[in-house]
Design a protein around this ligand. Structure first.
Ligand SMILES: *[C@@H]1O[C@H](CO)[C@@H](O)[C@H](O)[C@H]1NC(C)=O
Ligand SMILES: *[C@@H]1O[C@H](CO)[C@@H](O)[C@H](O)[C@H]1NC(C)=O
Ligand SMILES: *[C@@H]1O[C@H](CO)[C@@H](O)[C@H](O)[C@H]1NC(C)=O
Ligand SMILES: *[C@@H]1O[C@H](CO)[C@@H](O)[C@H](O)[C@H]1NC(C)=O
Length: 395
């Protein structure tokens, strides 16, 4: 919001409040308020530091915040000097008016996020609130409230994480779905909440939910699983101990499973491989060199869904970087060379279609990236095989 917009909004708001509170205000005219406000907006003592700027650009979190700001930034002495409308009032009068606004705001105050979270959590935890609608409404509220990281950080402290995890066991699928969604959202890039949720032991339950017949439930559960174990060593250990690799492989290799779920699963594979690469963990994880898995991922490169093709390419790009995955195997067993060439031809075709062009160019850059790594690795493997062969024959 621009500064001018903020003030015109403030002005209208104050007019409404003035009208609504004529008993408090008793006789003050709108023009007086206008004077009060315009003098605040023109006040040269307001120095536009980053923080002020932030307040404006980020927007006030509430009406209350906005008014507090206006009140805080209007110096009675300056106001008196500057405003034509309030010139007849003494500084004391204006000060009194400011106190009145503050009192009024106290009554009109919107509840904070923390208070709203407490209310939603109390509703979830209240055994006399059993209607599905109320339960769902409380969860829908939490889903929005946990988005900012500081709110997510408070969730467990308020007893909310346990209440939401209980929702995973509900008999209504919508309650289970929203509960998984909240967990996924709260854990996203948040090690604190990840560890709290892992501590409450919800990962195995979520992994079971991934196998649900309902693709909506499976999808939200897989989202939560990924969010829970991303960059989290402890979470990944539980994931592998619970046969997470089999779960992922079953999804990727089964083409009758919802495409969104397969996309998420391939994304998860790339993520898990990247984590290993980042931590120099090049120990052979049989999962990643599983031919069935690799073959299924390569097959997705020929999918008719460009999103699936992209996720497959990204997964291959990560996998091929692992030392123990041989390029020659990707060629001979998975036909990666054939898939890459087919994709190249397909993208070439899309590049002359106007509305597909940009996308096709981006995808071709990624495809070429993978192709270059693949060809290099093939060459290196050939060379080292020759050397080995030479070493053996010279013996
Ligand atoms: C408003 O002012 C009038 C006199 O100007 C007074 O009689 C009345 O009691 C006041 N009302 C309130 C609510 O203060
Ligand atoms: C539970 O909800 C009922 C109905 O809204 C309410 O009367 C009661 O005070 C609530 N109990 C708690 C512990 O919040
Ligand atoms: C939930 O309710 C139980 C008793 O019904 C209470 O002991 C617990 O403190 C409540 N938790 C929250 C977060 O309100
Ligand atoms: C593939 O997925 C479908 C739909 O979820 C399921 O019915 C089928 O059993 C799965 N096939 C295999 C081999 O797991």
């Amino acid at each position: 919001m621009r500064t001018a917009d903020v003030f015109s909004f403030l002005f209208i708001t104050l007019l409404i409040i003035t009208k609504a509170s004529s008993h408090l205000d008793n006789g003050s005219s709108a023009s007086e308020w206008e004077g009060l406000l315009s003098s605040a907006s023109n006040d040269p003592s307001i120095d536009h530091t980053d923080e002020d700027h932030q307040q404006f650009t980020a927007g006030f979190s509430s009406l209350d915040g906005m008014l507090q700001w206006a009140i805080g930034h209007s110096d009675p002495a300056t106001l008196k000097e500057k405003s034509n409308h309030v010139q007849s009032l003494s500084s004391d009068d204006i000060m009194e008016r400011q106190t009145q606004i503050k009192d009024l705001m106290g009554k009109l105050r919107t509840p904070s996020d923390g208070e709203l979270m407490k209310i939603a959590i109390a509703d979830l935890n209240n055994s006399s609130i059993i209607s599905l609608e109320d339960h769902q409404r409380a969860l829908d509220e939490l889903l929005i409230l946990v988005e900012p990281i500081h709110n997510a950080n408070d969730l467990d402290k308020l007893g909310g994480l346990i209440a939401v995890i209980q929702g995973l066991y509900d008999s209504h699928s919508n309650i289970r779905i929203t509960s998984a969604w909240i967990i996924g959202k709260a854990c996203q890039n948040n090690p604190l909440v990840q560890n709290q949720a892992l501590g409450h032991g919800c990962l195995p339950k979520l992994m079971k939910m991934v196998k649900s017949r309902d693709s909506e439930e499976g999808g939200k559960a897989l989202y939560a699983v990924s969010s829970l174990i991303r960059n989290n060593d402890g979470g990944q250990q539980i994931f592998y101990a619970e046969n997470g690799e089999l779960m992922v492989q079953d999804i990727i290799s089964n083409f009758s499973i919802d495409g969104r779920l397969r996309k998420k699963a391939m994304y998860l594979v790339a993520d898990l491989v990247d984590y290993k690469l980042e931590h120099m963990d090049n120990l052979n994880t049989p999962f990643f060199s599983n031919h069935l898995l690799l073959k299924s991922i390569v097959n997705h490169m020929s999918s008719s869904d460009p999103d699936l093709q992209e996720k497959a390419l990204l997964a291959i790009r990560s996998l091929i970087t692992l030392d123990y995955i041989e390029a020659v195997m990707l060629k001979d067993v998975c036909n990666l060379d054939v898939s890459l060439e087919l994709m190249r031809q397909q993208l070439e075709h899309f590049m002359i279609v106007e509305d597909q062009k940009d996308f096709a160019i981006d995808m071709e850059i990624l495809r070429r990236d993978v192709d270059v790594i693949f060809q290099k690795k093939l060459l290196l493997e050939k060379r080292s095989t020759k050397q080995e062969f030479a070493a053996i024959s010279s013996v």
